[in-house]
Design a protein around this ligand. Structure first.
Ligand SMILES: C[S@@+](CC[C@H](N)C(=O)[O-])C[C@H]1O[C@@H](n2cnc3c(N)ncnc32)[C@H](O)[C@@H]1O
Length: 293
């Protein structure tokens, strides 16, 4: 039986990745420290110094990613002194200067975010998943993430207008077009760039773990079976565990030894056969969690 490797490396991703060859990984999917948001658990970087801290690591990511590969960066800026900090926006601009194309921005909508009350803002219910590429021609398996059409189709597709039965070009000049008639009778559609996923941190010993469905969606979309996935800020090992279940190889880098141990344990329970049979620790990972919105 074919086995898929999940290799956990202890250390700073900057130095660990220096030992890897160029053009090696098919996908990088990761969630780095969000500046100093968790400085009491795994340290942090001041937002003012964040871009300078990130860029040498971003340079390594650029070097080790294959030309047709994708880099997904899950990150969110916090509010400070009454306004949003701009370090993520500055990071996007700096990564573009470094040679990355900023090809897309997905929104992770947290379906179960904590209720709360603030005097000048509402609950924070979303995070950015920034997509960067080395070239415009990257691998993308759109069919792998199709979603059920949803109930809206019964009303929307029942009677078609004149713009629905011809290819109707975008009015904002984006070059995109659509022909609504093509979707009549179909059960599945391509998703939007908003991912509706619940957080799962309560189940883990890592305070900032992302839900399994998050790396799962990007791994399905941007890799094939047997490809190699990298998470340079591995935390509890979510990315490697999901990659293993999806029959991809992976490397995870984590600076704290305790979290490396946590990741090892997580990966041991990741058995793609169990996954295929619809159960992991008694629960199914639900990749069809989001519908067309
Ligand atoms: C937001 S958490 C990642 C959580 C992960 N996605 C999960 O599901 O568990 C960021 C992780 O990066 C680690 N880290 C911070 N700086 C690092 C570095 N320079 N190299 C490797 N890991 C680092 C932290 O210890 C922390 O566990």
């Amino acid at each position: 039986m074919k086995t898929f490797t999940a290799d956990i490396k202890h250390g700073d991703c900057l130095t660990v990745l220096a030992d890897y060859p160029a053009n090696f990984f098919d996908l990088i999917v990761t969630s780095p420290p969000y500046a100093d948001r968790r400085k009491n658990t795994y340290g942090g970087i001041s937002p003012e110094k964040y871009v300078d801290w990130f860029l040498p690591r971003g340079g390594q990511f650029l070097r080790v990613l294959k030309p047709a590969g994708t880099f997904i960066l899950n990150i969110k800026e916090k509010a400070e002194n009454g306004e949003r900090h701009t370090f993520v926006l500055e990071l996007i601009l700096a990564l573009r200067k470094q040679g990355w194309l900023w090809t897309e921005e997905f929104i992770w909508h947290k379906r179960n975010c904590y209720p709360g009350k603030w005097p000048n803002r509402f609950r924070d219910a979303w995070e950015r998943c920034l997509q960067f590429n080395k070239t415009r021609h990257f691998k993308m398996n759109q069919e792998a993430v199709m979603v059920p059409m949803g109930d809206w189709k019964d009303a929307r597709l029942k009677s078609l207008g004149k713009n629905d039965v011809v290819r109707f070009d975008s009015q904002v000049g984006s070059g995109f077009g659509k022909n609504i008639e093509n979707w009549v009778g179909r059960e599945k559609a391509y998703p939007s760039n908003v991912l509706h996923l619940a957080t799962e941190c309560g189940n883990k010993s890592h305070s900032a773990a992302f839900p399994e469905a998050l790396p799962e969606w990007f791994i399905r979309l941007f890799t094939d079976e047997g490809d190699l996935v990298l998470d340079p800020f591995l935390g509890s090992g979510t990315t490697c565990a999901v990659a293993q279940r999806l029959r991809r190889n992976s490397v995870g880098v984590e600076i704290l030894a305790d979290y490396c141990g946590l990741a090892e344990a997580e990966i041991k329970t990741a058995d793609y056969q169990l996954f295929e049979n619809g159960a992991k620790n008694g629960k199914r990972i639900n990749s069809g969690n989001h519908k067309v919105h």
